[in-house]
Design a protein around this ligand. Sequence first.
Ligand code: SAM
Length: 278
Amino acid sequence: MPGIDALPPLRQVIADHGLSARKSLGQNFLLDLNLTAKIARQAGDLSGCDVLEVGPGPGGLTRGLLAEGARRVLAVEKDTRCLPALSEIAGAYPGRLQVVNADALDLDARALLTPPIRIVANLPYNVGTELLIRWLTPPEWPPFWDSLTLMFQREVAERIVAVPGRKAYGRLAILAQWRCHARIVMDLPPQAFIPAPKVHSSVVHLTRRDSPLAPADPAMLERVTRAAFGQRRKMLRASLKGLSPRIEEILQDAGIEPTARAETVSIEGFCALARALA
Ligand code: SAM
């Protein structure tokens, strides 16, 4: 099968540039360019979009995004060792790849991007959840991006898409699904990466809702879910009693049984509770 581009295979790129993977940077590289192109396709039609990629590493997913037609890719990489490999890709796709050497947690990339914007990344495990939460919790909605297509450890992916009644259902599911549609679109075995991690991985695709699933003040929703899932085995009248002396009555006003447990309450239920408490 012909390659997705005329650049060298990733194994050679890694050898040529001495890119031995560093655990401290969450480095598990994808070497199969057909696989990275497939991940890029999960983000939809990229031809009219700017793509923000966090952690391009040796550039496997970056090449997938460009080969699949992304209008422009802004790639933010912390590891300076990867920069020469990434500039070779920039040379092969003139004007379409900008690489920024920065910590994604410190960089506000919005000024460097033109809407519509999609975020696609094989995230470093050590900062993946933190970045997701930041992208999901801006003060204003809709956010600067249209969709997120992100690789996580499977266990984290399951927490993002979990529905009420499941063990994985909790604050991450509520944060994600209150403001987005979220689904797992690909599963990858450990052997897809070099070095192979201990666990399976999944790609989650989130598209923003124009407006949240139900009205609620984000700060109050955050307080309620933190308290409810902080003691998820307790009945809500116990886990939430610190929020109001009238909590039983407020739960009933919100249509929730005071003896219910957090994991059985829908996102709309938590929103009703946040409104009743506000
Ligand atoms: N995208 C590449 C791939 O799919 O093969 C590499 C993915 S690897 C899981 C994560 C990448 O994120 C590494 O290249 C690592 O150096 C980079 N990285 C780690 N922490 C980062 C941070 N805080 N900001 C930006 N990049 C980071």
